[in-house]
Design a protein around this ligand. Structure first.
Ligand SMILES: [Zn+2]
Length: 190
């Protein structure tokens, strides 16, 4: 039976690069693989996943039609995997559809995203994925200020750490991956 995977990490943990590489691995073996992203993140322009090292991948936006879309694509030509970038922005219903793709169509679904926002609260999509995924992996990166593993995303405004503002504001230069200790040295936990 196919699995629903959730691979989470902080900012700069190589998520977009991994999704593009995974897509490349499937397609070079002649295995069709569908790439999706979420419409909240318009940083990359319409339907495009971009990694920091310059790789790009065309992607559809996830909607509540994703199960039907994948099912009809799979009926036309076998689909070997479904990849989802920026999965933290998925709605609960969309994560449910992803689980149906794994369970009913027997196609593995690999979702990549952030676990928490800059206030250290779970995103809705991440919460449901952590609850439902068969396999959960952490993509690791190093704290901006020390040599420990980063687990939190700190928002920077004008070079200073802040914990105020809209939850959804995207732009990598405004966030840095930090460990909890370094976070607390700069901001109180809220
Ligand atoms: Zn640190």
């Amino acid at each position: 039976m196919a699995k629903l995977y959730y691979r989470f990490g902080t900012m700069q943990s190589n998520k977009s690069n991994q999704i593009i590489t995974t897509h490349y691995q499937y397609t070079t073996q002649g295995k069709r693989c569908l790439a999706y992203s979420t419409p909240v993140d318009t940083r990359s322009g319409f339907k495009k996943i971009k990694s920091r090292i310059g790789l790009e991948l065309e992607a559809e936006y996830v909607t509540d039609n994703i199960f039907k879309q994948v099912k009809s694509a799979h009926e036309e030509e076998k689909v070997y995997a479904v990849l989802v970038d920026e999965a933290q922005f998925l709605k609960k219903s969309e994560v449910h559809h992803l689980s149906d793709i794994a369970d009913e169509l027997d196609i593995p679904v690999i979702a990549f995203g952030l676990k928490t926002d800059f206030r250290n609260q779970l995103f809705e999509g991440s919460k449901v994925l952590l609850e439902l995924a068969d396999a959960i992996d952490e993509l690791k990166t190093v704290c901006q200020y020390c040599n420990k593993k980063a687990t939190l995303n700190m928002r920077m405004m004008g070079g200073r750490p802040v914990n105020v503002g809209q939850t959804i504001q995207i732009g990598d230069e405004e966030y840095v991956p930090v460990c909890r200790k370094c976070y607390k040295e700069r901001l109180p936990l809220v």
